[in-house]
Ligand binder design. Structure first.
Ligand SMILES: O=C(O)CCC(=O)C(=O)O
Ligand SMILES: [Fe+2]
Length: 261
């Protein structure tokens, strides 16, 4: 399978980034990321690839690692005062690790193509940008069932990349508050207000099948709302690092995938 059969290069010319359309695409992505902290490209994966990946994810359900945890927005120890650290969030989902993804999976074909890595690094404005070398966490398939959600949180990584494969019917939406904090200002009052649904400017992104989303989740508080109907939400999470050959530590592997590798 070729990258071209997975990614719609007719619409998104990743193989010709120097062309006028390629440059316009990069300008569009950078502007969207600056403007609202996220850039969504609908129809990025072709329908046949999306369909194959939904089948693949569901066929690996038994091997997926199920997480069901309480945490705060910082993934730091919960406190019992009235700070943002004390607010309990819930996250549950099932993750199919990278080493379980098929050799000829459309996800592997896309992720391992340098053309995609180069494009994402340039769109996200990163001077150094590498595929993650982790055998479990490089690219994963995430499965959300009824009641599953990702509680409000800030990411550790400055950027994240996902591809929607099967949206949920009800709930399962990506919501965020753009730039709620910064490197200099934690804006704890704003965080507490957002957690109480009392902060303006909440943005909701509903992904369509095949849509690629880049977002900056380190300063934007975000979540995936609980799924309230039984249609499974499935997406792929593509991980990258600013360092070459970067991996997770064993503890993080255990937390996300239930094992080390
Ligand atoms: O599933 C999503 O749309 C968001 C994923 C996310 O926020 C994360 O993996 O930290
Ligand atoms: Fe996140």
């Amino acid at each position: 399978m070729s990258p071209e059969s997975v990614i719609d290069l007719d619409r998104y010319p990743l193989h010709e980034l120097d062309s006028a359309r390629g440059q316009a695409l990069l300008t569009f992505c950078r502007a969207a990321l600056d403007f609202e902290g996220a850039c969504q490209l609908p129809g990025f994966f072709r329908p046949a690839a999306v369909e194959a990946l939904v089948t693949e994810a569901l066929s690996k359900r038994e091997q997926a690692w199920r997480t069901d945890d309480e945490h705060n927005v910082y993934f730091e120890p919960l406190t019992d005062d009235d700070s943002a650290r004390s607010v309990r969030e819930h996250t549950s989902k099932s993750a199919v690790a990278w080493d379980l993804v098929d050799g000829d999976s459309p996800l592997r074909v896309a992720y391992e193509w340098d053309g995609l890595t180069t494009f994402l690094g340039q769109a996200l404005g990163m001077e150094s940008f590498f595929r993650y070398a982790d055998p479990l966490g490089a690219a994963s398939l995430m499965i959300f069932d009824q009641g599953d959600e990702l509680g409000w949180h800030f990411d550790r990584s400055p950027f994240a990349v996902t591809v929607m494969l099967q949206p949920s019917e009800k709930g399962g939406e990506y919501q965020y508050h753009h730039h709620l904090r910064s490197g200099e200002d934690q804006n704890e009052a704003g965080v507490v207000a957002a957690l109480r649904d009392e902060y303006p400017g909440r943005i909701t992104l509903a992904g369509t099948p095949g849509a690629l989303t880049m977002f900056r989740g380190q300063y934007s508080l975000h979540r995936v709302t609980p799924l309230t109907s039984d249609q499974t939400r499935i997406n792929a999470v593509l991980a990258y690092s600013q360092k070459p050959d970067d991996t997770m530590n064993a503890l993080t592997q255990k937390l996300f995938y239930g094992r080390t590798a």
